[in-house]
Design a protein around this ligand. Structure first.
Ligand SMILES: Nc1ncnc2c1ncn2[C@@H]1O[C@H](COP(=O)(O)OP(=O)(O)OP(=O)(O)O)[C@@H](O)[C@H]1O
Length: 242
């Protein structure tokens, strides 16, 4: 497993205002696979991703990246783990406006003082189709192009797993499809691992497997998803919830 959580519980707040965002979730994200996390609003998707990725800590239970138990790490080691072993793509592209596309892609490696593998980065630039944009600044690119830069940046250091939180949330459907296609190709052609939170059944259909959350619990998994099958599964939640 590239990442996994076991008996994960996350409670926010205290006293009368506590929210049990994760209520005993155990799930693994296999290496070399594209997994989507779905579920109704407030079901705990982002919380699960953040805790699995070391962006937030569990109240109880364990979160692992590879064999490393994140609960054993102090803040400094957790920061290093996020920098060196994990990649992120967010809904807001989070590019540095003053840097060029090329500089944005290698930024995590530069911050880590690692040169990275020039051949790998070169191949990535072609995969994301930004060869003729490398000297441009983010403001000179479309939203879809900016997210493709963010995807290249996430994979630049060959992390063990890339976590994507609603990566197509700010994109029109064509740009969104392009970004999803890239994530899928990174997994299938470049043997990467992706875990993606999404609301969108069409986006989830790009994954190898979908895991469904409801009320902070894992309630179902679906291999070889299609948009229709995912939509039907989500409708079943709506019928049951009050
Ligand atoms: N920092 C926080 N403080 C208090 N409650 C929080 C916090 N973050 C999330 N929650 C609560 O935890 C629950 C799960 O939130 P989470 O964002 O993980 O759900 P989600 O499935 O990603 O939702 P959405 O699809 O709407 O983004 C929600 O009830 C939310 O209000």
């Amino acid at each position: 497993m590239a990442a996994r959580v076991t008996d994960a519980v996350k409670v926010y707040g205290r006293g009368d205002t506590t929210v049990r965002a994760l209520d005993g979730v155990s799930v693994g994200f296999p290496a070399g696979r594209f997994t989507a996390i779905m579920g109704p609003s407030g079901s705990g998707k982002s919380t699960l991703m953040h805790c699995a990725a070391g962006l937030d800590t569990l109240t109880s239970g364990t979160a692992r990246i590879g064999d490393t138990d994140l609960g054993d790490l102090d803040d400094r080691r957790l920061t290093l783990l996020r920098r060196d072993r994990v990649g992120f793509v967010f809904q807001a592209f989070n590019l540095v406006p003053t840097l060029t596309v090329a500089e944005n892609i290698t930024l995590p490696l530069d911050l880590a003082g690692r040169g990275g593998d020039p051949e790998w980065i070169d191949a990535l630039v072609d995969v994301v189709g930004l060869r003729d944009r490398l000297r441009h600044r983010p403001a000179e690119l479309s939203g879809g192009q900016q997210q493709r830069v963010a995807v290249a940046r996430a994979f630049a250091g060959r992390p063990e797993v890339v976590f994507a939180d609603e990566p197509t949330g700010n994109l029109d459907s064509r740009s969104g499809q392009e970004v999803l296609g890239l994530l899928g190709r990174a997994v299938r052609d470049m043997r990467r691992t992706v875990v993606m939170v999404t609301h969108d059944p069409v986006a989830a259909a790009h994954a190898d497997e979908v895991v469904f959350l409801a009320d902070g619990r894992l309630v179902d998994r679906m291999a070889s998803p299609t948009a229709d099958k995912v939509l039907d599964r989500l409708k079943a939640f709506e019928v049951r919830s009050p």
